[in-house]
Design a protein around this ligand. Structure first.
Ligand SMILES: [Zn+2]
Length: 141
């Protein structure tokens, strides 16, 4: 079910995370019991976005009125590819330019890794018959 893109979310503190079918698309559910926040993707694609709260996952800031989550929410695994921050209840979209830059960076890294895996560069050193290790000749260095 396609819904409209959100510009803000309303924090709702719950004991346990509600069933997807019962989730309000405008709500950011926070369960301290399960150290988890969950909301429907802000693009309106209808996918739920689970953000576990942990030192190496997401951090939640509640100022008594609004909620911020860090780092950004990246739904790159979903088809929609949404990427945004939640700051003081507001959805702040990562600019397209930045998304393109990140995408091109990832592509360049994949290319470099493939090239590295394909390369048949001989080892720089070889062991002599007497067991001494020498720099291989013909490397131009
Ligand atoms: Zn989405």
């Amino acid at each position: 079910m396609k819904q409209k893109q959100r510009s803000s979310l309303r924090p709702v503190f719950v004991d346990s995370v509600p069933d997807t079918k019962l989730m309000d698309a405008d709500a950011l559910y926070v369960s301290m019991t399960y150290a988890t926040a969950i909301h429907m993707c802000a693009c309106g694609c209808g996918n739920e976005t689970v953000t576990p709260l942990a030192p190496d996952e997401w951090r939640l800031i509640y100022d008594g009125e609004t909620i911020s989550l860090a780092p950004s929410i990246g739904n790159q695994r979903l088809e929609c590819g949404s990427h945004y921050w939640i700051r003081r209840n507001r959805i702040v979209w990562v600019p397209d330019e930045k998304r393109r830059w990140i995408a091109s960076l990832k592509q360049a890294m994949r290319k470099a890794i493939r090239r590295l895996l394909r390369s048949r560069t001989p080892p720089l050193y070889r062991a002599d018959r007497d067991g001494r290790v020498r720099l291989r000749r013909g490397l131009g260095i």
